[in-house]
Design a protein around this ligand. Structure first.
Ligand SMILES: [Zn+2]
Length: 130
């Protein structure tokens, strides 16, 4: 999850933007994945649905987040992963342009379906196997 991490120390106390692992709650400053799920649609008539986006270290942490996420939705949902570096490049690109500038593509309405439980209360209790 993207968070402000409070910092105390010389000069000033500040809030530092960071990506914090949703499994182990430590900063991700290297290899990590964005983890989320989408609902498989029966044709293109239904409005697309997805979960919120979660972040995790690669390996045991992203597997734990995916395992937790899939307990929150029924079997019509499938998990997806994307490397954080790729995600951040795309996010930075899309922050500087408006989708309406894309005259060839069509951007669909999306429903973000939140899980029933709080991942920060649930994930630390899941076994993380390394
Ligand atoms: Zn982690």
């Amino acid at each position: 999850m993207i968070e402000f991490v409070p910092r105390q120390g010389p000069d000033s106390a500040i809030n530092c933007p960071a990506i914090v692992c949703d499994a182990c709650r430590k900063q991700i400053n290297g290899r990590g994945n964005i983890v989320w799920a989408i609902k498989v649609r029966d044709g293109n008539q239904e409005t697309p649905e997805q979960t919120p986006l979660y972040a995790a270290h690669k390996g045991a942490c992203d597997r734990a987040v995916e395992a937790w996420l899939m307990t929150q939705y029924d079997d019509q949902w499938v998990p997806l992963w994307e490397e954080i570096g790729v995600f951040l490049k795309q996010l930075a690109h899309n922050t500087g342009r408006d989708f309406s500038e894309d005259t060839e593509g069509e951007y669909q309405r999306l429903i973000v379906r939140h899980p029933a439980s709080d991942p920060h209360a649930e994930i630390p209790d899941l076994p993380v196997t390394r």
